[in-house]
Design a protein around this ligand. Structure first.
Ligand code: SF4
Length: 407
């Protein structure tokens, strides 16, 4: 989410507490089912019903899209784990309806269940990005983790690229998403080669491994491998630069993000609360995630049997209901939900980017004109004194870009 959009939505919360806006984006887990059996999937250890009996029926998911449009949701994310394309007819109908409401979507998928017909049918339907989970730069490595599927996923990515070229369109952008494991940490340059062999715009993203059971522990990096990782990240970044491939490898130069970010999250202290500023995380005001049984929480890391479900209530009722209000309060009073202590790697980085961009802005929104002038003068003097005139000029340029860049 762009910080500008996040700030606009937070200001709407401040301005109309009685009629708050809906979530800017909603992540959807359509199903518990999957056609693969990956060793690191949380479906192996998470403690909930995985049968299709508890899943919402198609009609409820379709109605949800209209309810999202009514409360100004702009973007949807189909998430994997189960695999969303197991319910591909429903997913395609939802995508068409989202496009009719001028809303956009992303899809996270293992990439093995696409057909050429499905790919053709989603080319102009607002699907901005498709994130393919591929955990090795070759079939042997990928399939050692995911069981199978490498050739099918790669050929489907290639077909997307072929259709985009024929139609002269940029969307959907394709990502090759790999979990960082001890089978691949030293082969990151080869992921860049694989991406380049599929198409020039394919990006490579790494995700941190969540270690929860014996199987996931067997894929984790040893202390020696962690020490060697920066060298392989640099090698991967060099190769990606040569090939013109974008990656997020630099994020993993920070060792804490690899272990897990439990300590980092503990170190993030909410700033002093003024208005809505100072929350540990702004996701509960900006985004929602809905599990297959309809329970709704703030983000894709959410799982809480105490949450409310859209099975019996409208999206708006659940979004403004007692559970989400409790989550929002928890972001100020040092009692965030339990799943926040393991906020996953890329989610953590993204939510921190938003938090840092918004907190000062929201705090200043609550000040009088005189307080704002005094606050600005203090910050200018402090930056000049501590960092020098070049840093001050660079910050002023960033301020203008943030506020007037898109005008
Ligand atoms: S898990 Fe992370 S992104 Fe989700 S609400 Fe908690 S801190 Fe925010």
């Amino acid at each position: 989410m762009e910080p500008e959009n996040a700030l606009r939505r937070m200001r709407r919360w401040s301005d109309s507490a009685a009629m708050p806006p809906g979530p800017e984006r909603i992540s959807l887990f359509l199903t518990n089912k999957c056609n693969l059996h990956c060793r690191h999937c949380w479906r192996n250890w998470a403690d909930w019903d995985r049968s299709s009996a508890s899943e919402l029926p198609d009609a409820r998911w379709m109605r949800l899209v209209d309810e999202g449009a009514e409360i100004d949701t702009r973007h949807w994310i189909f998430l994997g784990g189960g695999e969303p394309l197991v319910r591909h007819k429903l997913m395609m109908q939802m995508i068409h309806k989202m496009a009719a409401h001028s809303m956009t979507s992303w899809i996270h998928t293992n990439g093995t269940l696409f057909t050429p017909e499905m790919i053709d049918a989603m080319m102009d339907k607002g699907v901005q990005e498709i994130i393919f989970s591929i955990d090795g730069p070759d079939a042997a490595t990928n399939d050692a983790i995911r069981g199978s599927g490498f050739e099918k996923a790669v050929s489907n990515m290639a077909y997307f690229e072929q259709r985009k070229k024929q139609l002269s369109v940029d969307c959907p952008g394709l990502f090759l998403n790999a979990t960082l494991t001890n089978l691949t940490y030293d082969q990151l340059d080869r992921f860049a080669d694989l991406a380049a062999s599929i198409g020039p715009g394919v990006k490579v993203f790494l995700s941190g491994l969540i270690v929860e059971d014996v199987e996931t522990a067997s894929l984790a990096l040893s202390p020696e491998q962690k020490s060697a990782l920066p060298e392989y990240l640099q090698k991967g970044m060099r190769r990606a630069r040569e090939l013109g491939i974008s990656t997020n490898f630099d994020r993993f130069l920070d060792g804490e993000l690899i272990d897990d970010n439990l300590n980092m999250q503990r170190n993030v202290q909410p700033s002093q609360r003024i208005g809505l500023s100072g929350a540990l995380c702004y996701e509960p005001w900006l985004s929602a995630a809905i599990l297959p049984d309809g329970t709704l929480g703030p983000c894709c890391a959410f799982f809480d049997p105490k949450s409310l479900s859209i099975r019996d209530l409208s999206l708006k009722e659940v979004w403004t209901g007692v559970y989400m209000q409790g989550v929002r309060e928890g972001m100020f009073n040092g009692k965030p939900p339990g799943y926040c202590v393991r906020c996953p790697s890329n989610l953590f980085v993204d939510k921190e980017r938003i938090r840092m961009a918004l907190t000062e802005q929201l705090r200043r929104d609550c000040m009088s004109g005189v307080e704002r002038l005094s606050d600005m003068a203090q910050r200018v003097m402090s930056m000049l004194y501590q960092q020098g005139p070049a840093a001050l000029l660079s910050n002023i340029a960033q301020w203008f870009k943030f506020h007037y860049g898109d005008k």
